[in-house]
Design a protein around this ligand. Sequence first.
Ligand SMILES: [Zn+2]
Length: 211
Amino acid sequence: MEELIQKVADPKLRSQMERVASFHGYLSTGAFIGMQMLNIAHRVLGLTDGERIVVTCETHNCLPDPFQILAGSTIGNKGLKIKDYGKMAVTVSRRGPAGSQVKSVRIMLDPAKTAQYPRLHAWFMNTAKVPHLEAVSTLLDAGENVYSWEILDQEVPAKPKKIIALCEKCGESFIQRDGKRICLACQSSSQAASEGDQTISISHSEEAKCL
Ligand SMILES: [Zn+2]
């Protein structure tokens, strides 16, 4: 992969690939797709370098990482949201004051278009084991040809007032929602107990495969 990265002629693209590889651990196909999506969003929305954006990723797998390292959109600064629909798609929005209308773009890796690249399509549909090097190399050649996007007008949601309360059950402070006097952790543990489920089971069934 290092060899492929060094062969990329565009210095900006090469530097993005290096930064994503180092942040993510290696340059996975999904991380590279997120990078290409970020570049499409930049062009389509006419963003300036370093402009803050809000990103909603429709999968946990790989796709969110380029937005964190290259665009500074993180979960902690509310620049990154994950709606885990299991889709290779993102929505990128400009930032704006609450209540204002902002332009956003939803970009997806389009199966009708990847079909023209059989090995990439096989990776996408998970019908064959395709090495990241091969898939990334195909994506580099294909560029924007395998994506579809739609520009949307979105209203920036109002920021809810933050009220801190002390939980009547555990005594810990928490951000109160809907006037509830018991924290969410205590609510869910009492709910589990009332359902006769004394042990909290955590599912590890989610596939660990890295896209
Ligand atoms: Zn509590």
